[in-house]
Structures are given as C-alpha cells and as structure tokens.
Design a binder for this molecule. Structure first.
Ligand SMILES: C[S@@+](CC[C@H](N)C(=O)[O-])C[C@H]1O[C@@H](n2cnc3c(N)ncnc32)[C@H](O)[C@@H]1O
Length: 230
C-alpha cells in the first residue's frame, strides 16, 4: 500500500492541467543515447509518450501498486512495452546504467528529509552513464500562494484541502474521500547542494518547459543536470 493508491482513480483529472512538460521530457529522451528511467512514473503520463515517440527502452519506478496498475493497462492499450517496477526511488538500482533519468511533476518533493533527497541524488548519479542526464521539475515555494490556499477546501479538479506546515516546510493535500499526500518544498540552494554532494553538474536551469531562463519571476524549477565524463 502507498498513500498514492487512493489518488490512482482520480489521477487523470488531478494531472489534467500539466501537459506542457511532456514534450520537454520527450525531447530529452530523444537526445538520450540509451535507456531512459522515470522515477515515480505514476500512471505513465510521461513514460508512455516517451516510449511511443522515441522507441527507446523505458524503465518506470514507483512505490504505488495502484498507480503502476494504471500504467500497465495504459501501456498495454497503447501497444508499447514499459519495464515497470514497484520500488522506492531511494533504492534505485538499475541492471544497465541509464542515459537519462527523469522525475517529472514535482515527485521529488514527496521525499521528506535532506537524507532522503541526498540518497536519491546519489543513487541517480551511481546509475547514470558518464555524460548521462538527470532532469526534474519542482515548484518554487511562494508564500503568497501558500497563504491563499492554506486550510481551504477546493472543488477542482476533485474536492480536496491543502494545509501548510511551515515548521516542516510541508504541504499536506487531502482528498475528501480520505487519501492524503505530502510535499516538502525545496529551495534553489538545497537543489544545488544535492547536485554537489552527488557529483552532478548543472547543465541548465529553466523557469518553465519552454526553456525560458530561470529568474526571479520563476515559479517552477526545471532542472537538467549531467554526470561528468571521466
Ligand atoms: C505526482 S505523481 C507523478 C507521476 C508521474 N511521474 C507524472 O508525471 O504524472 C507522484 C508519484 O510519485 C510516486 N512516489 C512518491 N514517493 C515515491 C518514492 N519514494 N519512490 C517511488 N515513487 C514514489 C507516487 O506513488 C506517485 O505515483
């Protein structure tokens, strides 16, 4: 069981507004010279278009059996093969080093502590080919958005409530039907620290999937890092 199992039935509606990332990750996969791995693959929203459009082997890792079941059914319907593994991204261990590891839709924010995040970055670095890339996106924490949403029930896309827990830099999202997930927001300096301890280099930091530069107005980190060659 995973706290995300309860989101599987409503995940299409939940993610409906996030579409601009798919082309960005497909483009990176097209450039990858070898296997592509998606951490926290969910229902295959990004992994399936990557497999369809690039024909490359795609490994998807997720801790939620219910999310993976949706991905399995979707891949079968699309007639493509995804290697789906139920596992925790903190334990990433690939049979073959990847050319590209991605973690779309803010999924790294589900890791509660610095230790958890550092472990994922180190596992990614250990499982990338020299010159391989690690790309992910995460929101930039904005106190005014947080204050506006705090403690409110919202109807769209499904009835849910968001609570901020500043002492733990945490945001709890609860569906009316019961399931609850948490996100721990991460600052730019922390992302840079994670890259540093894992021995990865920043190739680009964008402010959105159209590759506009990251600046003071940005509300999304869109990060492309690289494992140095040699
Ligand atoms: C927001 S969804 C993203 C799914 C997919 N990547 C997408 O872009 O639509 C977050 C996913 O992260 C998974 N997840 C959360 N913590 C995880 C962990 N520690 N290891 C593996 N998967 C995890 C959840 O089960 C869920 O499927």
């Amino acid at each position: 069981m995973s706290e995300y199992d309860g989101f599987a039935p409503i995940y299409d509606a939940w993610s409906a507004d996030m579409t601009e990332d798919v082309g960005f990750y497909v483009e990176l996969a097209t450039e990858a010279d070898g296997p592509v791995v998606e951490l926290a693959v969910g229902t295959g929203r990004v992994a399936i278009p990557i497999a369809e459009r690039t024909g490359k082997p795609v490994v998807g890792i997720d801790s939620s059996p219910a999310m993976l079941q949706v991905a399995r059914e979707r891949a079968a319907t699309a007639g493509i093969h995804l290697e789906l593994r139920q596992s925790d991204m903190r334990d990433l261990a690939l049979d073959e080093p990847a050319a590209l590891v991605i973690c779309p839709f803010r999924s790294l924010l589900h890791l509660p502590t610095w230790y958890d995040r550092r472990r994922v970055f180190e596992r990614v670095a250990a499982n990338l080919r020299p010159g391989g890339r690690f790309a992910w996106n995460a929101f930039v924490f904005d106190f005014s958005i947080a204050a506006d949403l705090h403690g409110r029930w919202q109807e769209e896309p499904v009835r849910h409530r968001i609570d901020q827990v500043p002492a733990d830099n945490r945001i709890d999202i609860m569906l009316e039907s019961g399931p609850r997930i948490s996100l721990w927001w991460v600052s730019r300096g922390e992302w840079e620290g994670l890259l540093d301890v894992a021995g990865l280099e920043t190739e680009a930091l964008y402010g959105w999937f159209d590759r506009r530069p990251f600046d003071e107005e940005s509300r999304e980190f869109v990060w492309v890092a690289r494992k140095p060659v040699g």
